[in-house]
Ligand binder design. Structure first.
Ligand code: PEP
Ligand code: MG
Length: 580
């Protein structure tokens, strides 16, 4: 058994065979069962792929002959002979027909066996031949897989997904019933893979920084998304221990489920709003089950990450309406498109920028693609009649940008009126405070909007200059950094001075210790992954507002995040349970 340690990114324990996806250096080889009837088709695919590989090699041989002379073309003749070798063809066909697995996997296994044999002979000349074998196999596999990325939607059996990095679009399109856990080299707690894993209630350990590379297809893996431990090829005792742990977690979940129905009220009677973040409409069931009383952030961009074209106005209208209707009158804050940065939308445009996190992202992108923005705004306005909708702009960095966004909304309203489409005239409009410049002029911005929502994932990223998805600097993404706490206090105070409510939808809101500090600072609403709602609700119910204020004052006085962590652990340990 081997143990790897990463960043605990989505709680829970799960196990299963590893499925290694998208290694940059080696293509991911799909492995799936085929039926007896499909065997001839698989074999035909092999014959066609070999034919194409031969065409490639012949073209390279002709070019080498032309440019460098006949003697340099000899290697390609050797490759052609290998591609035509009847013994190899026979061995692959026998293996295909006896194992009933797809042809890519058979070819890959055959290569592994040959390479191992050649390397085991200890003859340097034969060892070099293994490079040729690899080269030819890669060529055949490229044709077999059409050089396309395997879609995680096609997963046919339960797996633990192992990857170097997953795009948000991979996460959105994958077969969620089949992915039991995720292990990834890149990523931190607030990366989008982490956010989506929590949303889908899939245990995840991220930021292994190369460790995931050592896991092979079909290795048995146990993932503990609560502690960040990954066990590869565990022994029986370990398996049993995790079985018991899983049972205890299930009991704890039942305990927490009983909190779902209770109000989020402090010991001295202050009511707090606990809401949930969602990324796809289907999550509303989980939101209600976990006892959230509204949606504080609907990340609309994930609608745009589905494979295919950007959604039409009608498709968006249907999605927003569905969420509002499912929430049955509870508030739902829908954020306008936040693409760019690490949220790359394959079909929307080219996001190849040197510095994407500081680039063409979110509101900046929307303001430059008015057709797209207007269609989203109209869809939002029209959906607003189906519930208690609010609209929120992401990544606002200053007043001019905010004015432009508000003006765009007015244009969308005019168009709806022209089309006789109903919408809520008094639809509240708010902004994310997630750029330090916005936090520093919160007093100016507060006079132009109906609410603030602090996005600490980005606010921390931009304040401390730490890429939230980069595992190497994940230790710096620290909510209790004094600079972050001061900015948060400022935003809450400025919002309240202008008479508007301030909520938080960054992941910081889901940490029970942070929740006490935020409560004490006067935060009005907390929004987080649905799975975190019961823990935070229990925290709010276990403390008085007066005590939280004292705790917050002390936290603000401390001079480093370690001091704050130690102070909170000492002060709250007897009442506030933190699972990591
Ligand atoms: C944030 O930045 O804190 C936030 C909630 O937005 P996102 O994570 O979608 O960037
Ligand atoms: Mg953000």
């Amino acid at each position: 058994m081997r143990t790897l340690q990463g960043i605990p990114a989505s709680p829970g324990i799960a196990s299963g065979p590893a499925f290694v996806f998208l290694d940059d250096e080696e293509p991911m080889i799909p492995r799936y069962a085929v039926t007896g009837r499909e065997l001839d088709g698989e074999w035909d695919r092999f014959v066609v792929a070999v034919g194409k590989a031969k065409d490639d090699v012949k073209a390279m041989r002709d070019r080498a002959t032309r440019e460098m002379g006949q003697e340099h073309a000899a290697i390609f003749d050797a490759h052609l002979l290998m591609l035509d070798d009847p013994e190899v063809h026979d061995a692959i066909e026998v293996s295909l027909r006896s194992s009933l697995l797809n042809i890519e996997w058979i070819v890959f296994q055959y290569e592994q066996a040959i390479v191992q044999r050649l390397e085991g002979l200890g003859d340097p000349v034969l060892q070099e031949r293994s490079v040729d074998v690899h080269d030819i196999t890669k060529r055949i596999l490229n044709h077999l897989m059409l050089k396309e990325r395997f879609s995680l939607a096609d997963l046919a059996s339960d797996v633990v997904l192992i990857a170097k990095n997953l795009l948000p679009s991979d996460m959105i399109s994958m077969n969620r019933q089949r992915v039991k856990a995720i292990v990834m080299d890149a990523g931190g707690k607030t990366s989008h893979t982490a956010i989506l894993a929590r949303a889908f209630e899939i245990p995840a350990v991220l930021g292994l920084g190369g460790g995931a590379r050592s896991i092979k297809n079909d290795d048995v893996v146990i993932v503990d998304g609560t502690t960040g431990d990954v066990r590869v090829e565990p022994d029986v005792q370990t398996f049993e221990r995790y079985g018991r742990l899983r049972e205890r977690m299930a009991e704890r979940e039942l305990d927490l489920a009983s909190i779902a129905e209770m109000p989020a009220t402090t010991l001295d009677g202050k009511d707090v709003l606990i809401q949930a973040n969602i990324e796809v409409p289907e999550e509303t069931e989980s939101v209600l089950r976990h006892g959230a009383t509204g949606i504080g952030l609907f990340r609309s961009e994930f609608l745009f990450l589905q494979p295919g074209r950007a959604p039409s106005e009608e498709a968006q209208y249907a999605a927003y309406s569905r969420v509002l209707e499912s929430m049955a009158g509870l508030p739902v804050t829908i954020r306008t498109l936040d693409v760019g940065g690490d949220k790359v939308v394959p079909d929307l445009s080219v996001f190849e920028e040197k510095n994407p996190l500081l680039g063409w992202r979110a509101i900046r992108y929307c303001l430059s693609d008015m057709d797209l923005f207007q269609s989203q705004l109209r869809a939002l306005l029209r959906a607003s009649v189906h519930g208690d909708a609010r609209i929120m702009f992401p990544m606002i960095s200053g007043p001019v940008e905010l004015d432009q966004a508000i003006a765009a909304l007015e244009v969308a309203k005019l168009e709806c009126r022209k089309r006789h489409q109903a919408f809520r005239e008094d639809l509240p409009v708010g902004i994310m405070i997630e750029v330090p410049s916005a936090a520093l002029i919160a007093d100016i911005l507060a006079t132009r909007v109906d609410f603030f929502s602090i996005g600490t994932n980005d606010l921390i990223q931009y304040t401390i200059a730490v890429d939230r998805g980069n595992e190497k600097v994940a230790y710096l993404h620290e909510p209790f950094h004094p600079a972050v706490l001061r900015l948060i206090k400022r935003v809450i105070d400025d919002g309240h001075a202008a008479g508007i409510p301030v909520s938080m939808c960054g992941e910081m809101a889901s940490d029970p210790f942070a929740a006490v500090v935020l409560l004490g600072l006067g935060l009005d609403a907390f929004s987080m992954s649905a799975v975190s709602v019961p823990d935070v609700k229990r925290t709010i119910r276990s403390i008085s507002f007066a005590e939280a204020q004292t705790v917050a004052l002390e936290a603000l006085r401390l001079t480093s995040h370690q001091e704050t962590e130690t102070f909170l652990a000492r002060r709250l340990a007897d009442r506030v349970f933190r699972s990591e």
